[in-house]
Ligand binder design. Structure first.
Ligand SMILES: *Cc1c(COP(=O)(O)O)cnc(C)c1O
Length: 228
């Protein structure tokens, strides 16, 4: 399902995508593998939130592009790359282990920063999987860890639907991610930071929004195809 017809003009694409996204849903422009010029085209029409999936690339872009860009890390994060991105990142979407969560807290503390993170929940029917199973995620939250961390705010969950044309499958996955969020919320009681559900990419973001997404991560509909 191709939602927006892509032109060569990144600025036009951003405006077209944004017109389909309701207020209160954050657009993360996924700029991985794209050059600074393309990012600046998006910046010029007001985009300030960009997502990257590789640590070295995020650092290179963050140190050469305007300071008011908010960088989100969206890919699998290796523990040995946490220190590299910490000065630049405002939200890490992809926390998939307790060890990584504690390390992020320690690295943020080291540079006197408080960083926001999402816990990645895994629901898709796929082989390469990162993230917590829903019950693992709830166990982690139930352990009380969120209140122990001094330099991390756990602000919600992130998930991906199965990569398939079967819309029922995609809907079920988004519902499972949302349900995990709701269950975690209940466990967190009076914690008011836990407000975000990051789900939805170029091909499925309208469905994700209909199922409660508060943050969509859109790359190819804005920047065109990536050349790896
Ligand atoms: C690359 C990527 C996206 C963007 O995907 P598109 O299909 O290009 O919109 C979103 N989320 C994650 C985690 C990604 O790695």
């Amino acid at each position: 399902m191709e939602i927006v017809a892509i032109s060569m003009n990144v600025g036009d694409n951003i405006l077209k995508v944004r017109a389909t996204i309701p207020q209160g849903v954050e657009l993360v422009a996924v700029s991985k593998f794209h050059l600074n010029d393309a990012i600046m085209d998006a910046y010029k029409v007001g985009q300030r939130v960009f997502g990257e999936s590789r640590a070295t690339e995020l650092k290179a872009k963050a140190t050469s592009l305007p300071d008011d860009i908010r960088w989100h890390f969206i890919g699998h994060l290796q523990t040995n790359k946490v220190r590299m991105i910490m000065p630049y990142v405002t939200l890490i979407h992809s926390v998939d282990s307790e060890r990584l969560l504690r390390l992020i807290d320690a690295e943020a503390a080291r540079i006197n920063k408080v960083v926001d993170v999402l816990l990645q929940v895994y629901v898709a029917q796929e082989e390469s999987k990162f993230g917590f199973a829903p019950d693992e995620l709830l166990q982690l939250i139930g352990s009380g860890i969120v209140n122990e961390l001094s330099n991390v705010r756990v602000v919600g969950v992130m998930g991906m639907a199965t990569n398939t044309d079967d819309e029922n499958r995609i809907l079920e996955d988004f519902r499972a991610i949302n349900q995990t969020y709701q269950n975690a919320r209940v466990l967190l009681k009076e914690n008011n930071n836990f407000t975000q559900i990051s789900m939805g990419m170029s091909d499925d973001y309208l469905m994700a929004i209909a199922e409660g997404s508060t943050m969509v991560r859109i790359g190819s509909s804005i920047f065109g195809n990536r050349e790896y």
